[in-house]
Design a protein around this ligand. Structure first.
Ligand code: ATP
Ligand code: MG
Ligand code: FE
Length: 354
């Protein structure tokens, strides 16, 4: 079945077509992503109203391009899937309404997709990973450890109690005078830095619960920066390296604990997998820490290509494909949900993210 996917939850306008290929593996026929990052750069973060307007301007052309790349017409499709939450409400409405309009006009089923489910199922799209597996989602809006038992069966084992990891990178970059988005800039500056010069905390290390916390680390960086002011380039490099090392240690500690629990819960799995998603997966120090933790636990680390780790519509079309094949359908009255936890049984947390 050919599924059109639409993603507009934040600052990427994206459309893609995914189908089930030979041998049962999902196949990406087209995957178009338009990043609005330049539109928001001057403001040091994503501006919701600008994001919604930019989606309105770009989406029709992006959908047309995704169909054209796949050499398809709307009448060839089996269903239309669109991100319906969580995310910025104005941005979500643009994508969901467009998806519904196409589905309604063509008489196709509509699938309302949880953006986090798109990320959670990505290792199945890229690597054909079998259920169950463990997932670390680390992006600008989310930092979660998920047990993916099966389609629609997600257990959130841990989440951040304050900032997301990508958000902590972005805020650290901002306070050190590096541009937005901060993650890649912090990583670049850290390459010339001494991670041991500034002693920084490893938040949550050793904690039994599998949650994360990064705002204390960010504050510690700010205090160290204020004490060392005025900052020379070497000071900035050392602060970036220190922050990155502390964040990686903290993440590795949380993930090691989760991996131990995963191994204990599924002792008979032949090929246990930890998969990563989210833009922070691009960071080489974080990735090395995850590789070490996985190796120690005897678990394979699956890191999809970066373009499928960050926000995209192929993951939304693919989640739609799995749901379509499972017989799931949503009405054209399906709401958008700015907050939509993947694990409905998860206790609500302060600072759950967007
Ligand atoms: P959502 O949380 O809704 O998925 P998002 O757009 O913020 O949304 P992504 O696009 O997956 O998430 O990732 C962007 C985040 O990843 C930003 O916070 C960015 O700073 C961070 N990031 C990207 N590259 C790196 C890197 N090399 N090192 C650290 N962080 C990075
Ligand atoms: Mg983004
Ligand atoms: Fe995302």
């Amino acid at each position: 079945p050919l599924i059109l996917g639409i993603e507009t939850s934040c600052d990427e306008t994206a459309a893609a077509v995914v189908t089930r290929g030979p041998e049962g593996r999902p196949l990406i026929l087209s995957n178009i992503v338009f990043s609005q990052v330049e539109e928001h750069a001057a403001f040091g973060g994503v501006v919701p109203e600008i994001a919604a307007r930019a989606h309105v301007e770009a989406l029709d052309g992006i959908v047309r391009a995704a169909l054209q790349d796949a050499a398809l017409a709307v009448s060839d499709l089996a269903a239309v899937a669109a991100t319906s939450g969580p995310g910025l409400i104005g941005a979500l409405i643009v994508g969901a309404m467009t998806g519904k309009a196409i589905a309604g006009a063509a008489g196709l089923p509509f699938l309302a997709i949880n953006h986090l489910e798109g990320h959670a199922l990505t290792p199945r799209l890229t690597d054909g990973v079998a259920y169950p597996y463990l997932m670390l989602l680390a992006s600008g809006g989310h930092t979660q450890i998920l047990l993916v038992r099966g389609l629609g069966r997600y257990e959130r084992w841990g989440t951040t109690i304050d900032d997301a990891l990508g958000e902590a990178f972005d805020k650290t970059a901002k306070l050190l005078g590096l541009g937005h988005p901060g993650g890649p800039n912090v990583e670049k500056a850290a390459a010339d830095g001494d991670a041991r010069r500034f002693p920084l905390p490893r938040p949550m290390r050793g904690e039994k619960r599998l949650d994360f916390s990064f705002s204390g680390l960010k504050t510690a960086v700010r205090q160290a920066a204020e004490a060392a002011a005025p900052l020379a380039p070497q000071d900035v490099a050392d602060l970036c390296a220190g922050f990155q090392a502390a964040a990686a240690d903290s993440v590795a500690d949380r993930v090691a604990r989760a991996l131990a629990r995963f191994r204990a819960e599924f002792p008979d799995l032949e090929a246990p997998v930890l998969a990563v998603a989210g833009g922070v997966a691009a960071n080489r120090t974080i990735r090395a820490a995850l590789e070490a933790a996985s190796r120690t636990a005897g678990v394979a680390l699956v890191a999809p290509p970066l373009a499928l780790c960050t926000d995209n519509a192929a993951m939304i079309a693919h989640a739609g494909l799995e749901r379509f094949e499972a017989g799931l359908r949503d009405g054209l009255d399906a709401p958008v949900r700015p907050r939509w936890p993947l694990d409905e049984t998860a206790p609500p947390l302060v600072g759950f993210g967007r």
